[in-house]
Design a protein. Structure first.
Length: 183
């Protein structure tokens, strides 16, 4: 049986996929700062040149991982400090110091707020005290704060409390049904 020869685009996608998988593993294991492009390339089985032919920088590679997380459905809001969340927080600190990366990350978060706001609000009018996008921004900020607090002290915030607070912000009643006039 003849073996299928990959097209140039298929080979490029295979290379990108292997590098993204290696990058996610190393960022999770070693943090954003601790994972180097050399190590990522080696783990993926490619040269550093293969990384640079797909991404101009480590920041751009991490941004693609964040994009991939949002589009594959695994990027749900977390309120605990797992290794990936801590690597993401490290990246946020780095992004603040780089105008280009900060702008790229801010654009992604603007889109995330719109997407979450639309998902939470649906066709319903927003409550009188905030728009759905504003509510999504507050919920995301609370989630980030919870990650920081649980990284410092895993017992600081009980997960059920976090869920109840975010539920109240989103306007859920005691049964998880959304309502427009949170108490």
């Amino acid at each position: 049986m003849a073996q299928h020869r990959l097209t140039r685009e298929e080979a490029r996608q295979r290379t990108r996929g292997a590098i993204l998988a290696a990058a996610r593993t190393l960022f999770t294991e070693h943090g954003y700062r601790g994972a180097s492009l050399d190590d990522i390339a080696e783990t993926a089985g490619y040269s550093k040149g293969a990384v640079y032919s797909n991404w101009p920088s480590k920041e751009a590679l991490f941004l693609d991982l964040l994009d991939e997380e949002r589009t594959d459905g695994t990027g749900g809001m977390s309120t605990t400090a797992g290794p990936w969340q801590l690597a993401t927080l490290e990246f946020f600190v780095e992004a603040v110091r780089s105008p280009e990366t900060r702008q790229a990350l801010a654009a992604r978060y603007q889109q995330a707020r719109r997407d979450i706001g639309a998902a939470v609000g649906g066709e319903r009018p927003h409550p009188p005290w905030a728009t759905w996008d504003e509510i999504a921004a507050a919920a995301m900020a609370i989630g980030t704060g919870l990650i920081i607090q649980t990284a410092l002290d895993p017992e600081a915030i009980h997960p059920q409390l976090a869920n109840r607070v975010i539920g109240q912000l989103l306007g859920e009643d005691a049964h998880g049904n959304l309502r427009l006039d949170p108490e």
